[in-house]
Write a new protein. Structure first.
Length: 263
C-alpha cells in the first residue's frame, strides 16, 4: 500500500493529512505552529505518521507536498503547491458541488472559485491587514477575556447588533474595550464584530463568483457566529463540510500528492 502526504504549514497552525491509494484519509494532525516552520512541519508530520502502522517516517511516503506560508520548509517534500490551489482541491474532493470558498486563515482572507476539475478558476486575497483573520478573532477574544470558542458562540445569543466601525485590528480592539467599559451588552458587541468581518468577506466572495452557496475553510470556519453573519450578509447558504475545514489545505496537498504519486 502506498501513502501520500500533504503538510500545510500556516502562520497559526500546522496541519498534516495522509491518504491511501484510494484517496481515503488514514490519519491527520493539527498542531499550533512554532516560530520555526521546519519544526512545525516536522511535528505535524510526526503526529500524523505515528497513527499509520505501515510507515515510520515522512521519507517512507510515496509522495509528499508542502503548502501554506511555510510550504518551502516541509522536510522531505517532493514539491510545494500554493495553499489557494490546495484549498480548492481539498474542498473539491470533499464536496464536488461546492464551487466557491472563503478561506479565513491566521493572517489573511481569500475568496476562491473552483473549476470543475478542482483547480482554481479565480481568486481574490486580502493579505494587507489582519482584520477579519484568525489573529483578529484571537485579539477580540482576549479583549472579552474569553477563550476563542466562547467568543465564537457569544454573538448567537444577541437580539441586537452594536456596529464596530474600526477597520484595523488594533483600533477595533480599543473600540471593543471602550464599549465593554461603557457596559454595552457583550453579546451585541460580539455580533457587531462578526458582522464587520462578514462584510469584509462579502467582497472576497463576490470576486470568487459565489452565487447560490459557498463554504468556509481554515480555522475560522468553526466560528458559528461568523457563519451566521456571512449567511446574513451574502444572502446565500454556507455549506458545512463533512471533513474538518481546517484540514482542507493539507487534504488538497495530499490529494495532489496522490495524483502525482499514482501517475
Amino acid at each position: 500500500m502506498k501513502y501520500f502526504g500533504g503538510c500545510d504549514v500556516g502562520s497559526t497552525y500546522a496541519k498534516c493529512v495522509i491518504l491511501n491509494e484510494e484517496g481515503k484519509i488514514v490519519s491527520d494532525a493539527t498542531i499550533r505552529s512554532k516560530i520555526n516552520p521546519v519544526k512545525s512541519a516536522e511535528l505535524a508530520l510526526e503526529e500524523a505518521i505515528n497513527k499509520v502502522d505501515d510507515i515510520k517516517s515522512a521519507e517512507e511516503l510515496s509522495y509528499l507536498i508542502g503548502t501554506g506560508y511555510g510550504r518551502n520548509k516541509v522536510p522531505f517534500a517532493d514539491e510545494n503547491i500554493s495553499e489557494i490551489s490546495c484549498h480548492a482541491m481539498g474542498v473539491h474532493v470533499t464536496n464536488p458541488e461546492v464551487k466557491a470558498i472563503i478561506d479565513i486563515g491566521g493572517q489573511d482572507v481569500k475568496g476562491i472559485a473552483i473549476d470543475a476539475d478542482g483547480t482554481v478558476k479565480n481568486f481574490a486575497m486580502n493579505d494587507k491587514c489582519a482584520a477579519g483573520t484568525g489573529r483578529f478573532f484571537e485579539a477580540m477574544a482576549n479583549a472579552f477575556e474569553m477563550t476563542l470558542p466562547e467568543f465564537c458562540q457569544l454573538s448567537l445569543q444577541a437580539k441586537n447588533t452594536i456596529p464596530i466601525t474600526a477597520q484595523c485590528t488594533v483600533f477595533a480592539e480599543s473600540e471593543v474595550i471602550s464599549l465593554v467599559g461603557e457596559g454595552k451588552p457583550m453579546d451585541e458587541i460580539a455580533a457587531g464584530i462578526q458582522l464587520a468581518v462578514a462584510k469584509r468577506c462579502f467582497v472576497m466572495a463576490k470576486k470568487a463568483g459565489a452565487t447560490d452557496s459557498i463554504t468556509l475553510t481554515g480555522g475560522c470556519a468553526k466560528n458559528a457566529g461568523l457563519k451566521k453573519a456571512i449567511e446574513h450578509v451574502l444572502k446565500i447558504k454556507v455549506v458545512d463540510l463533512d471533513i474538518d475545514p481546517q484540514l482542507m489545505g493539507a487534504l488538497g496537498a495530499a490529494e495532489y500528492a496522490r495524483q502525482k504519486g499514482m501517475a
